[in-house]
Design a protein around this ligand. Structure first.
Ligand code: ADP
Ligand code: GLC
Length: 482
């Protein structure tokens, strides 16, 4: 079985969020003696630097552009997964974010950038680059690769296509003039193809044209068929529901395990969790908080966007100050949220530590040093931080949605009694429900034996990629032999 896995980011090459964690670890988990899987990404400067040794293997002639495009070949670091980088300097070699300019705001040519990337992926998929390799399945991820299934649908002898939705809220919407400039077939400008409320929607390329669609948790696969979570695409997803499945993301325990995490000052395991406390003190110091080993320390890492419910935490600040606890948050995102967090920090430096930054190493220390991880997401396709929290003995407080609902077992009396509980789950996205869950965590924390059992139950859970990789191999097999 030969698979081409296309994504716009992959750890440790380039990362803005969970998609990179998945694209950097799922292919390695899928690869086995019967499955060859190769990863293809845009050649951003950081990807070129972090990939190490690369060699140019093809010059691509792509429709609709005269810009030089080369294919660079290497390996996804520390794996035996073949890597291709699409090197189009005019489109990808620039300082700034993967999707946004240094001064903020999306790159104005994102439609052109990811259309070019999609065309390059198709060129490899159709074996037109001289590599003498043709995949049977092209596995696309999120809107940046949405045009791939659409463009491949125009080919006669084409590979099958799978489109994975990591987040339906990001759709790759552009004005009509972009649609025209990209010279896509005229009849794609219609509601049942790429048009979405008078714009061109790249994600619809995947949702309409892919042979199969999946998303990153079973619960989210159900949710996106409803108006509450469907972002206007629920009708289409309902229509395609016979090809839509949910597969929960896994964790790369080589990167995320407190027993062998090189980012941590002190290693610990479920069997010997004592050194977690030393990481807690290190974390309190790193955030300038009083070193108080006995106070419940809540933590959060993430993109500061509406999805993650940071505003619900902010609304609770006056109430949190009345409780015996501390809070640390690491993140970047919306300027307003960043400023409100900075303000909370400067008003209450004894209780609240904030770092507005993107810092991979500090994210690991935060998972290890916090007692509990707050994740009050309004929606969460899968969520990786709650899975990391479970492994790091940091029982998460989560809203019952998407992958959070699929991975955390609430500390009800019955679940605690059975030794099944792993965290605190609340129902509605409001600060009252969140506070109730925080209070339940504080109550249990006051019972050290019960808390230790909760921690260790989570630490012993297995969310490694093994099961999910097998589910993806199954999907590929069904695509190849419908
Ligand atoms: P999403 O993909 O929606 O951002 P996930 O929970 O799936 O959410 O994954 C987020 C990933 O990005 C995690 O690996 C998390 O540690 C990382 N991350 C997010 N923000 C930061 C940050 N400011 N510093 C370091 N890592 C971050
Ligand atoms: C998205 C989602 C997140 C998911 C990640 C990886 O960014 O917001 O829930 O874990 O993709 O699939």
């Amino acid at each position: 079985m030969d698979i081409l896995f296309a994504a716009s980011e992959a750890h440790p090459l380039v990362k803005t969020g969970g998609l990179a964690d998945v694209a950097g670890s799922l292919p390695r988990a899928i690869k086995n003696s019967q499955t060859e899987i190769r990863l293809i990404l845009p050649a951003y400067p950081a990807a070129i630097t972090n990939a190490g040794k690369l060699k140019p293997v093809a010059e691509l002639k792509l429709p609709g552009t005269t810009t030089p495009v080369r294919l660079l070949q290497g390996w996804l670091p520390h794996t035996r997964v073949r890597l291709y980088l699409v090197d189009a300097p005019e489109y990808f070699d620039r300082p700034g974010g993967l999707y946004s300019a240094p001064q903020g705001g999306d790159w104005p040519d994102n439609a052109d950038r990811f259309a070019l990337f999609a065309r390059a992926v198709c060129s490899v998929a159709m074996n037109r680059t001289g590599l003498e390799w043709q995949p049977g399945v092209v596995h696309c991820n999120d809107w940046q690769t949405g045009l791939v299934p659409a463009l491949l649908s125009l080919e006669k002898e084409r590979p099958a296509t799978l489109f994975t939705v990591h987040n339906l809220a990001y759709q790759g919407l552009f004005e009509r003039d972009r649609f025209q400039a990209l010279r896509l077939p005229d009849d794609w400008w219609s509601m049942d193809k790429l048009e979405f409320h008078h714009q061109v929607s790249f994600i619809k390329g995947g949702l309409v044209f892919a042979d199969r669609i999946n998303t990153v948790s079973p619960a989210y696969a159900q949710e996106i068929r409803t108006a509450e979570f469907g972002c206007g695409l629920e009708g289409l997803l309902e229509y395609r529901s016979n090809t839509l499945t949910g597969i929960l993301n896994g964790v790369d325990y080589q990167v995320w395990s407190p027993g062998r995490d090189s980012s941590l000052p002190y290693a610990y395991t479920a069997h010997r969790p004592a050194a977690k406390l030393k990481n807690k003190c290190a974390l309190q110091k790193a955030f300038g908080l009083p070193v108080e080993p006995g106070l419940l320390l809540f933590g959060h890492v993430g993109r500061l966007v509406e999805q993650k419910g940071i505003d619900l935490i902010l609304q609770l600040v006056p109430k949190l100050l009345q409780r015996s606890m501390q809070l640390v948050i690491l993140g970047t995102g919306h300027r307003d949220l960043e400023n409100l967090l900075r303000q909370a920090n400067s008003l209450h430096p004894e209780h609240i530590g904030i770092r507005i930054d993107y810092d991979e190493k500090l994210a690991h220390l935060l998972e290890a040093g916090s007692d509990s991880f707050l994740m009050p997401s309004r929606f969460e396709p899968c969520g990786l931080n709650q899975l990391y929290s479970l492994r790091y003995g940091t029982p998460p407080v989560v809203r019952s949605t998407g992958g959070l609902a699929d991975s955390v077992v609430d500390a009800t009396d019955a679940n605690l009694l059975q030794g099944a509980a792993t965290g605190f789950v609340f129902k509605n996205a409001n600060s009252r429900d969140l506070l109730q869950a925080i209070d339940r965590a504080l109550e249990l924390y006051a019972r050290p034996d019960a808390w230790k059992t909760l921690m260790q139950t989570g630490m012993r859970e297995d969310f490694s990629w093994t099961r999910s990789a097998a589910a993806y191999r199954d999907l590929y097999t069904r695509l190849l032999d419908p």
